[in-house]
Design a protein around this ligand. Sequence first.
Ligand code: ZN
Ligand code: ZN
Length: 210
Amino acid sequence: MDLATLRDVLVYLVGLLACFALWTFVIYWLHRFSHIHHRLNPLWWIHRAHHAEPYLREDSHPSWPTFGQYLFWLGGMRLSLDVILVMTLPLLVIAWLWPQYGIPLLVFHYFYEVFLSESVLDHNPRITGRVTRWFAWGDFHLHHHVNLKRNYGLLVCFWDDLFGTAQIPEPGSSLARIRARSERLQRSRAVASGARAAAEQSDLGSAARA
Ligand SMILES: [Zn+2]
Ligand SMILES: [Zn+2]
């Protein structure tokens, strides 16, 4: 590769990175704006659907996308609109202004949302530690589901660090939370079935006495 070609490649990569940074900056603010709880804020009404999904659950293992997900139907009307308004639309504007960078980013966005976002990276409680200081995956994003005023960044953590909204949970905290919850559930089931058995015993006793 001659020097001129190398320079072109470097210039292209800098442009791509700048567009990626601009895109994630807009996503950060739109997502933060979506958390303004007001009846006149349609983004909050739409985004509430994402927070109503039980992402912190025991069976949240990576899985293959459904047929609808390939068509960008991301689990429901509001769930799809949430991604389209906050992520896809800003990227379409970038692609309109700078197609050489925006179109590859649109391809990346499609594959990321269809194959990686839901349970492979963003909502995978098994992703913990150093990588979640850079990328809004696993513990970092799941912590946003616990504390709605923190960790607004999607894809990267950089903007939360810059604007002071980053909160780094203990490594593995989402898994710990899931396990604590399922233990609590098991305990309350055991108590309920114990109470049921005791009630049946006493019913039998009173029937025998009658
Ligand atoms: Zn949110
Ligand atoms: Zn989420």
